[in-house]
Design a protein around this ligand. Structure first.
Ligand code: SAH
Length: 365
């Protein structure tokens, strides 16, 4: 066992098994040993790679999406531009560069970043210094006012709880100690779980043996953001990998150096993520008062925003040596075998706005 596993084992001995969400929370965000607290996980030499790290076109198109929604909001003089989990700051840097084409928008924004990792805050500060960002622990700390918020691969990092359907009841999957006390193992709580009340109806009706996931932190975020957008105005764009409608399935995975890793082994040393239930998140935001749009597959969303035109413009200026990387990056973003279908975009808006760019349809419950 590594140091964090030993600390968790001690906690289990004194206070009992952990929910999967408690385990993920500690593995990712333990102040000293948590995965995100100790490293930059991104890039070819890290543990995983994300759309903005694959191609600059991703951030540029998201920047143009922001300028378009600002226009649809009636071009407010002041707007809070926020990003959740900005990673290395690449997405925002590419977005801001594209926004030089919309100087009025650039004048209106103040940049706000919600980031838990001190390592990544440091990188964001270096890359985004010219935009004078402020950092916050959560969206509760964002300044008041009209908001344009973006988040790529943020929701999948929020902890999930897992429930397993028995013959008569749902039981929570817990993390506990093996009989020989030498490793962390999964075990079902024998008592029926009150969290079953949080399952969407079609999931709650699943047959014995089914595993369902809920993400209370995402539901709370959706509700709070929905309320804020309805009361103060604005829009939000979430891109992540996941599913819609809500469904059963164990999607929790650990990744280290681009490879699958055992979920409970060496906590804090691998990234832990689970697919996003877009339907549950959109429903929470709608209950808060916002309108939800999509989800759109990432490929279709980026194509609608003008990926082909953007790529052609880059091609025209690139050296021959740069061409293959530009081509393969753009293809990776939209190819259904790569990020084009599994990744999806969901928008939230204040109730009176028209469809945001790239979204043909409102979310249908
Ligand atoms: N958006 C970036 C990084 C995605 S990785 C990209 O697309 O490349 C997830 C990001 O969310 C990291 O920046 C991580 O530090 C941050 N993060 C994870 N959980 C968080 C939490 N609970 N609060 C704030 N930031 C969090």
């Amino acid at each position: 066992m590594n140091e964090l596993a030993r600390l968790l084992a001690q906690r289990i001995r004194t206070a009992g098994p952990l929910t999967v969400a408690e385990f993920i929370q500690e593995a990712l965000l333990h102040p000293r040993l948590g995965y995100y607290m100790t490293r930059d996980p991104l890039g070819a030499r890290g543990d995983f790679i994300t759309a903005p790290e694959v191609s600059q076109v991703f951030g540029e198109l998201v920047g143009l999406w922001c300028a378009d929604i600002w226009d649809k909001m009636g071009r407010p003089e002041r707007v809070v531009l926020a990003e959740l989990g900005p990673g290395r700051g690449t997405l925002m840097a590419d977005a801001l560069r594209a926004l030089k084409a919309a100087p009025d928008f650039g004048q209106a924004v103040s940049l706000n970043l919600v980031e838990a990792s001190p390592v990544l805050r440091h990188q964001q500060a270096a890359l985004l210094a010219a935009a004078h960002p402020s950092w916050h622990e959560s969206i509760a700390g964002l300044p008041e006012g009209k908001l344009i918020l973006i988040a790529n691969e943020f929701l999948d990092a929020l902890p999930i709880r897992q429930l397993v359907r028995g013959e008569r009841h749902w039981h929570e999957r817990m993390v506990t100690l093996s009989a020989d006390q030498k490793s962390l193992v999964f075990a079902l709580d024998p008592a029926p779980s009150p969290a079953a009340a949080l399952l969407p109806p079609q999931v709650a009706a699943a047959q014995a043996g089914s595993l369902a996931e809920i993400r209370p932190a995402a539901t709370a975020l959706g509700a709070a953001l929905g309320k804020r957008l309805a009361e103060q105005g604005g829009a939000a764009l979430f891109v992540d990998y996941g599913y819609c409608p809500s469904a059963c399935g164990d999607t929790l995975q650990a990744l280290s150096r681009h490879r699958r890793h055992e979920v409970l082994e060496n906590p804090g040393e691998a990234d832990l993520t689970a697919h996003v239930d877009f339907a549950a998140f959109a429903a929470a935001a709608r209950q808060g008062g916002a309108r939800a749009w999509g989800p759109m597959p990432q490929g279709g969303f980026l194509a609608a925003l003008g990926l082909a035109e953007r790529a052609a413009a880059l091609f025209a200026r690139a050296t021959p040596a740069q061409l293959p990387a530009i081509e393969s990056g753009c293809r990776r973003l939209i190819d259904p075998q790569e990020m084009g279908t599994l990744f999806k975009a969901l928008a939230l808006t204040e109730p009176d706005l028209p469809a945001p760019a790239g979204f043909a349809e409102e979310f249908a419950a």
